[in-house]
Design a protein around this ligand. Sequence first.
Ligand code: CP3
Length: 358
Amino acid sequence: AQQVTVRAPGPAELADSPFLRACRREPVPHTPVWFMRQAGRSLPEYRKVREGIAMLDSCRRPDLVTEITLQPVRRHHVDAAIFYSDIVVPLVAIGIGLDIVSGVGPVIDEPIRTAADVERLRPLGPDDVPYVTEAVRSLVGELGAVPLIGFAGAPFTLASYLVEGGPSRTHARTKALMYGRPDVWHALCGRLAQIASAFLRVQVDAGASAVQLFDSWAGALSEADYREYVQPHSARVLADLAETGVPKIHFGVGTAELLPAMGEAGADVVGVDWRTPLSVASGRIGPDKAVQGNLDPAVLLADPHVVEQHVTRVLADGAAAPGHIFNLGHGVLPETDPDVLTRVVELVHERSAQPVTR
Ligand code: CP3
């Protein structure tokens, strides 16, 4: 079992936060909780500051990034902040033409489908995203003992958007390239691995305390194909981060069959969607990794007693794992009542409270 140490110790309080302790599988005073997509359309204060400003423009404004990242921390008292940005921001930064269309997702001007197209993906450097460095520095100052999670999209998920030209249910063109032109596929993913790795490195160097690698759509693949076509590239991203010492979270949706392979890619914490109970997931992943998840985001649309039942069940199940970070199985749905999110944080903290034995 490898020991994770926090690279820039900063205030001892930060290193000792429940979130970072759980990442390291240490005892916690209460189960830490945060939500994927906690910043965003479920919050009226988010919709207000975003009025008339395009998503990608907002990501390049450190004042807005700082404000939007802090909003859910102030409102819900979550145990971690996640940097407000998007997985496609580093692609825009190297000159790929794309837009984030509301209600749709990223849409690419000229999809990447050939060896010549792959050449358009140049390496990302810190100078390409100065606004990220600035925003992370400002956030770390504001957050104090609350950890900031940096993130990037993993090669497969980024490749899917680039090859399809936008969101896809089947990932058919992506798989056609992967199976039909493995040479082009591996060249593409190699470049995306560098981009993801550099984007994470910028955030960690500016003070992020942990990172999450989002391979949201990896669940579209069989385990054998995941291991052959995807895992080496994601493993490289996570290996590049190893020397920083920050905990690494690896997440995808529909990944029940991939959980061990995603852990083996080099994660300290594996994210689990709502389809697999955390006890089962942890059994598959093994004792040397913590788990994160896995309340169905749609449960938050149900009556309070139903939400409470599900929160209780996730906590009980998570207790079987060597470390548990409470989260949803995927992002907060925009129609979620933010008061329900606040209540879930309170419930998680109350129900899991215990004296720390050190
Ligand atoms: O709170 C947070 O989670 C931090 C910010 C964050 C955003 N995107 C902001 C955002 C994070 C971590 C992401 C990652 C991301 N982006 C992923 C991986 C996570 C996942 O959901 O699986 C993916 C696949 C994307 C691509 C993307 N960007 C999608 C599918 C969408 C939604 C499109 C829509 O309108 O339904 C976006 C846009 C986006 N990214 C929004 C936010 C807050 C909404 C845009 C808006 O508010 O106008």
